[in-house]
Design a binder for this molecule. Structure first.
Ligand code: FES
Length: 119
């Protein structure tokens, strides 16, 4: 079992927004918080044309991409129909108010993709 890495506190993430986690290799990870204080982590890259999902607006368990307004599910990273495609999802936990990510996933998932486009 991996040692989970503390990223920040839940309250460090704006409600209905996100915080970006930079990685040495690969694109940034966006950690989202919704109005129920649920926290989700996705690659900060829209499956459409690479928009920065961390700059989108969270609603329910989805985020609206800031570039062309696709709706991306925070639980699976996938676009809602009729749009198609998924971005990489990262495991995420909250413990005692701390947000934790899996360091193995941070080091290995989606390390071959380009960074998000600017909005
Ligand atoms: S890049 Fe996200 S909707 Fe187009």
């Amino acid at each position: 079992m991996n040692d989970w890495q503390v990223i920040c506190k839940v309250e460090d993430i704006p409600v209905l927004g996100a915080r970006r986690v930079a990685r040495a290799r690969g694109g940034d990870v966006a950690v989202f918080r919704n109005d129920q204080n649920q926290v989700f982590a996705l690659l900060d890259r829209c499956p459409h044309k690479g928009g920065p999902l961390s700059q989108g607006i969270v609603f329910g368990t989805s985020v609206a991409c800031p570039l062309h307004n696709w709706t991306i599910g925070l639980e699976d990273g996938c676009a809602k129909a009729p749009d198609e495609g998924c971005t990489t999802k990262f495991a995420c936990r909250v413990e005692s108010g701390d947000v934790l990510l899996d360091p193995v996933e941070l080091a290995t998932l989606a390390i071959d993709v380009a960074p998000a486009q600017s909005a």
